[in-house]
Ligand binder design. Structure first.
Ligand SMILES: C[S@@+](CC[C@H](N)C(=O)[O-])C[C@H]1O[C@@H](n2cnc3c(N)ncnc32)[C@H](O)[C@@H]1O
Length: 307
């Protein structure tokens, strides 16, 4: 269509439509912040020329100079050539309406849990009584920051096994001025949390099965495999979370965990647990909620996986 010459001027709208066409022709995979070529192109163009997603609609007829056009060419080229998620190329991701710094040390934020954080997990917990919160497997710290904003009276612990991920989380916590409210902890799940107890534990742990991992598009190979892989059936991390969570929940506290496509395997492994599956606005049901009483075994034994 347009833009054969890098020196040619164009409007934002023309560039977005051109970018969409390039991405579609190249067979790009989506799923790291957008789910289609038009939104991905709009994000790449907008961010490259300094327009935030909420302002893009108002700027579609703006004319860009040849340098801006060339910069958009370069980023679309890079997206196609390297199959690197846009978030890494732009070093930004949007989650729960907030902008986060990201690079390849962390997974690109996209957890379905964000929707429920914004609703303060209503009606499952009374927001006013939430004072101690844990974000287990925090990665970039996106959920921890969103939690701190949703529960302004709460102290948030954010734990991850990866020191590199915690370095990125530190950047985001500082960017939002939340250093005094969010404590970053290096921990193998609950191991370094001692006797800490919480009103709310939230986790988006690794949950991709070995088979699913092998079939993922190229884009996912740019993400830390530690953030995705969780054993043959994807249940290694969530099994440990379920067996140890009761020890870290206060009376009336709740546990909320995302498990993706591992839901059927999880239900099969823990038939005794009354998982409540939360439904997102798009109809996805792969985030479960259990309360402290449901996780507390009535006999002296633990909640144990049958295996
Ligand atoms: C799916 S990512 C989620 C990151 C972030 N919460 C989000 O939603 O974008 C999972 C995170 O768990 C961390 N992780 C993996 N195994 C862990 C373990 N045993 N203990 C603590 N964190 C772990 C990884 O480093 C990664 O940052």
């Amino acid at each position: 269509m347009i833009l054969n010459s890098r020196r040619q001027a164009a409007t934002v709208r023309q560039l977005v439509l051109w970018g969409e066409k390039q991405l579609l022709q190249a067979g790009i995979a989506f799923g790291h912040g957008t789910d289609n070529a038009l939104d991905e192109a709009a994000w790449l163009v907008g961010s490259t020329i300094g327009i935030t997603p909420d302002a893009l609609d108002r700027s579609l007829d703006r004319h860009l100079n040849p340098e801006q056009v060339a910069a958009v060419h370069r980023i679309i080229d890079a997206r196609i050539r390297n199959r690197k998620p846009a978030a890494y190329l732009l070093q930004e991701a949007w989650f729960a309406g907030l902008r986060f710094y990201v690079d390849e040390r962390v997974i690109v934020p996209r957890s379905l849990i964000g929707e429920f954080v914004l609703e303060q997990f209503q009606p499952w917990i009374d927001g006013a009584r939430v004072h101690r919160v844990l974000d287990l497997c925090t990665g970039s710290g996106c959920i921890a920051v969103a939690l701190a904003k949703a529960f302004p009276q709460a102290g948030v612990d954010a734990a991850d096994i990866s020191a590199e991920a915690l370095d990125v989380a530190r950047i985001n916590v500082a960017a939002y001025g939340l250093d005094d409210r969010i404590r970053l902890l290096r921990s193998d799940l609950f191991d370094a949390l001692g006797g800490e107890k919480y009103d709310l534990i939230v986790s988006n742990p690794p949950y991709v099965s070995a088979g699913e991992l092998a079939a993922l598009p190229e884009e996912y190979r740019h993400e830390p495999q530690l953030a995705l892989a969780s054993g043959t059936d994807g249940l290694d991390a969530v099994t440990r979370i379920l067996t140890e969570a009761a020890d870290h929940l206060l009376p009336g506290g709740i546990l909320v965990v995302e498990v993706g496509n591992s839901r059927p395997a999880l239900e099969q492994r823990f038939p005794q647990l009354p998982f409540m599956w939360l439904c997102t606005q798009t109809g996805d049901e792969s985030v479960f909620l259990l309360d402290q009483a449901q996780l507390t075994p009535r006999d002296p034994g633990r909640i144990e996986s049958p295996e």
